[in-house]
Design a protein around this ligand. Structure first.
Ligand SMILES: Cc1cc2nc3c(=O)[nH]c(=O)nc-3n(C[C@H](O)[C@H](O)[C@H](O)COP(=O)(O)OP(=O)(O)OC[C@H]3O[C@@H](n4cnc5c(N)ncnc54)[C@H](O)[C@@H]3O)c2cc1C
Length: 375
């Protein structure tokens, strides 16, 4: 007899772990399946900084900052031992950036202070420019947070090769069945037709360095430098779009980060302890992807004119959901996105339109080269 759950969650990164946590808080029985174990994808590689977005306002910035406020409260109340509220500095990289920062300032929605270059230099930071200091920001112990959220929840290591829906509507994966499935598979999105969401991976590396440097604050410039927490300084960057599949982590990438960090801090005593690397999954428009999955073949069959610009009422895959596209801010977005998805699944609450994956569907039908033959 297959074992039955309310929800199967595929992927045990920060997205899957947060959704599992949120559903369990609502007394739902969930099973999490991951081919390589907890936080084995992008989430395990993340520097996991949780800081606000700066910029010239707009919907993505306000959503990110709403998620940031939720995330820091969440980590502080749920797992304060794995969230270090070190404060995060945002530093301009050059003169042009300084002018941008001047424009950004009025859009800083979260508590911040302006740190002059003299203040920054007194903290041991090599910079010729003033920056913003966000005292509520910090960073998570990436793997430990995912593992903590999954404590008491069944997690099994298995690669899900396909999804099958039985006659009674239940989803079946091997020996397990459930009413709902949540796909939280990061950049690998081949278990259902999700092409309309435009999920793409960006490769990144993090190096953890042993150090005695008295660095009490984290910072972002063109890379991220973590405060010294327990004798470890994390250096990270996620920028390479040309890497298409996971490849072994390279020490030389981490040492390259150290060299780059020397522009910001004194790296003389930094000794590489461990290298992490992975892919983060982003959407086409940088907003997260949360909610139901559209039944693409049924849509194309019932309303073929959608490939030429028509719209039509949407059909969905029954009880199939996604939580993905968290981009370079998985640890910022995941708690709030998981809350919204759990409220949607359990209470039928509408998913916030800013993150509902439907937003990309008709444009993909109209523009995607993948559907050219149907036009
Ligand atoms: C170097 C680096 C630094 C980063 N720094 C930060 C940062 O400072 N702050 C921040 O907020 N974010 C950061 N990120 C981004 C963050 O890591 C991502 O947003 C986050 O990992 C997304 O989580 P996820 O759960 O969606 O995906 P993932 O963590 O990639 O999880 C997907 C999981 O699905 C599993 N899976 C896939 N297919 C299957 C299948 N068929 N069967 C079973 N399991 C499957 C994989 O094994 C994987 O464990 C960084 C990322 C990188 C790479």
């Amino acid at each position: 007899m297959p074992k039955t759950y309310d929800t199967l969650i595929i992927g045990a990164g920060i997205a899957g772990a947060s959704v599992a946590y949120a559903l369990t808080q609502k007394n739902k029985k969930v099973l999490v399946l991951d081919k390589n174990g907890i936080a084995s994808g992008g989430s395990g590689a993340a520097g996991a900084f949780v800081s606000p977005k700066i910029g010239k306002g707009g919907m993505l910035q306000s959503l990110t900052n709403e998620a940031f406020v939720y995330a820091q409260d969440f980590y502080l109340s749920v797992c304060p031992q794995y969230f270090h509220q070190t404060g995060v500095l945002r530093l301009p990289k050059d003169e042009t950036d300084v002018q941008q920062f001047d424009q950004y300032e009025k859009y800083n929605e979260n508590a911040y202070e302006k740190y002059t270059k003299e203040m920054l230099q007194s903290l041991g930071i090599h910079t010729a420019f003033d920056g913003f200091y966000f005292p509520e920001a910090g960073d998570c112990d990436a793997k430990a947070v995912c593992a903590f959220l999954l404590e008491g929840i069944e997690v099994i290591q298995v690669e899900v090769a396909g999804l099958k829906q039985e006659e009674d509507g239940y989803w079946r994966v091997g020996d397990y069945r459930a009413k709902n499935v949540v796909l939280a598979t990061g950049f690998e999105s081949n278990l259902a037709e999700l092409r309309y969401m435009g999920i793409k991976g960006t490769w990144g590396t993090r190096g953890d360095f042993v150090s005695d440097l008295a660095l009490g604050v984290s910072m972002h410039q063109s890379m991220s430098v973590g405060a010294n927490v327990g004798g470890i300084i994390k250096l990270g960057a996620t920028h390479e779009k040309e890497v298409k599949e996971s490849v072994p982590c390279q020490e030389k990438q981490a040492l390259g980060l150290k060299e780059k960090a020397s522009m910001l801090i004194d790296v003389a005593d930094l000794e590489l302890k461990e290298v992490f690397c992975g892919m983060r999954a982003g959407s086409k428009d940088y907003f997260p992807l949360v909610g139901k999955v559209i039944d693409v073949s049924r849509m194309l069959e019932s309303a073929p004119a959608i490939v030429r610009g028509a719209t039509a009422p949407l059909y969905y895959r029954e009880n199939l959901y996604v939580c993905n596209g968290l981009g370079g801010r998985g640890f910022v977005f995941a708690p709030l996105m998981a809350k919204w998805l759990a409220e949607h699944i359990v209470e039928g609450k509408k998913v916030d339109t800013r993150v509902c994956a439907d937003r990309l569907f008709f444009k993909w039908c109209r523009k995607s080269p993948e559907l050219l033959a149907l036009r």
